[in-house]
Design a binder for this molecule. Structure first.
Ligand code: C5P
Length: 241
């Protein structure tokens, strides 16, 4: 959809951060839960801000904390031209709100704030695949568990070949006009690619990363804390005496 030779390519990133995070039980929206003293969202934004082709950044926040001057935003270093909009009751509604504010860019990436440790290389692989002509690209990793389909009574109805399955992550990237058209369909889905696939478009999987895991439970938050603590430890060891 995008002519890879037609440089430059501008990328708009929609970071969805409007979920309630009830499964974390922290009493505040998940994206604003502290991870080593800063909101999850702050860690996610740090990586997005390093994306070389970044043309616009939209953060979709819970309506009750949609003012970036508010106290919850301490530790979120927004680039000066970033835009904050209020999200909706579902992830789909939140993405739609972000998409409406992303502006005139070639490629849109939709990223979960909750996947706050996703490495920059994953963003770059997604952008490269869309620039290379795919309508959409999503990071994915092979499954370690065998997956079953079941009916309402829990009876197994099938065992898909594990080699053909991928667990997909974010950022998910698309040619902007393709994603806008997919959202116009008014359908809902658990990921953005599903809406684009329904439109008959070619969406590819690029290599994901274990660090793109979604913080959902307290265990996930503790895992993220350990990753950052290890990094800080390794960085301290590298410092000269
Ligand atoms: O709930 P879940 O963890 O699947 O949400 C994935 C991402 O979508 C999170 O970053 C969350 O903040 C965001 N979200 C949103 N608006 C909602 C629900 C979820 O922005 N209504």
């Amino acid at each position: 959809v995008i002519d890879a030779d037609a440089a430059p390519c501008s990328v708009g990133v929609v970071v969805v951060a409007a979920g309630s995070g009830t499964r974390l039980g922290a009493g505040l929206p998940k994206a604003f839960v502290p991870l080593r003293g800063r909101p999850l969202l702050g860690h996610a934004v740090d990586t997005v801000a390093r994306l070389p082709q970044l043309g616009s950044l939209v953060v979709v926040a819970p309506p009750e904390v949609a003012d970036p001057a508010g106290a919850s935003w301490a530790g979120v270093d927004l680039p000066p031209d970033a835009v904050v909009v209020a999200g909706g009751a579902s992830r789909t509604a939140s993405v739609a709100a972000g998409l409406a504010a992303v502006g005139d860019v070639d490629v849109v990436l939709v990223h979960d704030a909750a996947r706050c440790l996703t490495p920059l290389a994953v963003f770059e692989r997604v952008v490269d695949a869309v620039r290379g002509g795919a309508a959409g690209a999503v990071p994915g990793i092979p499954l370690v568990d065998t997956v079953k389909t079941v009916d309402a009574d829990g009876v197994i109805t099938g065992t898909p070949d594990r080699a053909s399955l991928r667990a997909v992550q974010t950022p998910q990237g698309f040619a902007r006009e393709v994603l806008v058209a997919a959202y116009r369909s008014g359908l809902a889905a658990t990921d953005d690619a599903a809406l684009v696939e329904l439109g008959g478009h070619h969406v590819v999987v690029v290599e994901g990363d274990a660090l793109a895991f979604k913080v959902t439970t307290r265990d996930d938050l503790e895992h993220a804390e350990r990753v950052l603590a290890q990094r800080a430890g390794a960085a301290a060891e590298r410092l000269p005496d």
